[in-house]
Write a protein that binds this ligand. Sequence first.
Ligand code: FES
Length: 257
Amino acid sequence: MSNKLMKSPIPIADFDISYSEGDGPVYSMPPEVFVDKEFYEFEMNAVWAHEWFCVGHASDIPKSGDYYTIEVGEDPLIVIRDRTGSVNVLSNVCQHRGMILLEGRGNTRRISCPLHAWVYNINGELTSAPGLTDADEKVESFNIKDVCLPKIRTEVWQGFVFITFDEDLPPLSDRLGNLGDQLGNYKIDELRASVPLKMEAFDWNWKIFNDECYHCSYLHGGSWGEMYPLCLNSTDEMVKFNDIENGLVSYNLISQH
Ligand code: FES
């Protein structure tokens, strides 16, 4: 994923109509936001390449060699526990000719490429390459130590595994501010993950769905809409860990009910 910061192809002022701090109506974002390829690439860069992301829970991989595979943005990754007990996140792409290395989840002592059988250890270091490292047919110009799976910057916070593709991003603790104190009574670090949910691709534009809940009292008025008694300007349903100075903004989906 490219780390060079891109600029929005849509002028920022064009978004003003879709945001209101007061009582005024809020209109849809510029149409390109929903369909434009160039804007999509900007978003991939601005969000996926420059933020921290939670990619699972360390309790999913309790033993050395336990792993699961995941895609973040457009990058296939392996989340794996090494022999020292640390959780590492590695590229799931063979450094030889780009084959995907592992699928699904499981436990392994080594990562073996299905295409030409290069073998990496669970820290991502190449340990053998048939025909290149065998004693009888060693290729002198090939140094096994030069090859390893790229390791993605990772931090584990209270059991949750976070990654970022941005080496210059401040530590996760800066980003989360005082969230740990706010959630102290929930003993988050003692939680264990249940069976992971597999999300399929949605056949609709998720931005339209996620953009607002103004419609909830009306379109869903006969069902769960009652949970949202016109939540415009209402503050009593805001969860308590909004801490804007520390960059924490919770999504307002907690109703007073
Ligand atoms: S692509 Fe993996 S060993 Fe060749």
